[in-house]
Ligand binder design. Sequence first.
Ligand code: SAH
Length: 482
Amino acid sequence: MNTETRPEAGEWLPIFIRLAGQPVLVAGGGVEARRKIDRLLKHGAQVDVLANMLEAPLDEYRRQSRIRRIEALPSSSTGYRLVIVATDDERLRRAALAFAAEHAIPVNAVDDPDNCTAILPAIVDRAPITIAIGSAGTAPELARMIRSRIETLLPQTLGPLARLASELKDSIRHRFPSLPRRRRFLGWLFRDAPAEAMQAGDPSRARALAARALEDSGFDTGGSVALVGAGPGDPELLTLKALRLIQEADVIIHDALVDARILDYARRDADFIDVAKRGGKCSTPQLRINNLMLSHARAGRRVVRLKGGDSMVFGRGGEELEFLRTHEIEYSVVPGITAAAGCAAYAGIPLTHRDHAHSVHLVTAHGKDSIDRLDWASLARENQTLAFYMAVARLSDLQANLRAHGQPASTPVAIVENGARPEQRVLTGRLDRLHDLAVRHSVASPAMVYVGEVARLADRLGWYGSPPLSLECDSPKLTATA
Ligand code: SAH
């Protein structure tokens, strides 16, 4: 195999081929051959078996004329669509491989990935829905493990639902000529009442519900907006509900802080609108975001307004809900893990602690105004944790204000940059050196800053990414980007 070519998406193009009624050659008559033959027969292939001997079940298949045994390789290709090599007999193996190569027939060789040009993936079967999982021959066992996990996620009724949708295809198209409305109908069919009826073992009720909805549009076709919190980074920190809404969305209006891996969960044909706002510089004014939500929802689309962390914590969630309420757009809110909680967890910082902190304050230190408006006297107290958002550019003000209001110079601090992401960095130190610490390591946004006894625990309890850095640690960069 040519190892020089390294295509972007891997060497294997997943593809489904129709084998019903098509000839396939299997070399081998033992257990492995039988496994493959069972799969081939299930898909209606015509199987010729080249083997010196057929073991018991295969010989039975031959007697029942379900397979044919051939004694030698034919001289021409005879139209084989696929060759499967499943034998230990070296001579037979080589002959079958050579035959496939000569006639350019895709070949699958059991336990011999280097000689394969086709791989039979692990399958989750909800016919006509089929999910194929491949590992490019590197880890079939892993593919099988993934398969069993997916098995548990998908109801058995998926197949009948897909068939119902296919039967109704023409009426659906006729009733809902516009694609977004059609999608909403299908979404309703696959998730709501008809899906439930199907799962309850009542396919005729599922069919009746669908037919009635097609007659009178008796299902929800209005657009809606879901304010969804995407958490701090790690896609696995999404809630199941957030994941489902992202997967179902027609339009996703997202911020810069939303991890690209999370956007990958969305449908490929969803509209992605990036309304990045960084460090308070609005590249897309709130008004425009509001109008985007409004116009897409009014066009009957399911809009997900996706924000980093939680939309109701320093995320303008309140303003957006006010706007949607005023314009009578249906909405829902899905909480996300806010950066204060997510970054603390991934840095090993307990936000409260029986010995050290009885409350936690979520504070924004963004801009001179918000710094001046904070009640520093109440922030500079013992036994509490301060979690600062958007503070990178204001660390010296933050430090000076806390010190001026009596917070001890030795109060532990921790900075978590890019928390819960592969590039996470944690820096620990003391309050009187907070600004120096950030400069020393060129801390950049997004970062959370924690002040209080619990910050010290990051040194001992951190578990994710590399261990915390301190002011004394070496770092290649020496200029602040804040
Ligand atoms: N609604 C968001 C906060 C938006 S304000 C939430 O609930 O988390 C943006 C600030 O959040 C950033 O300046 C930073 O202080 C913090 N932040 C968000 N994601 C972060 C991350 N992965 N690591 C560190 N800080 C983060």
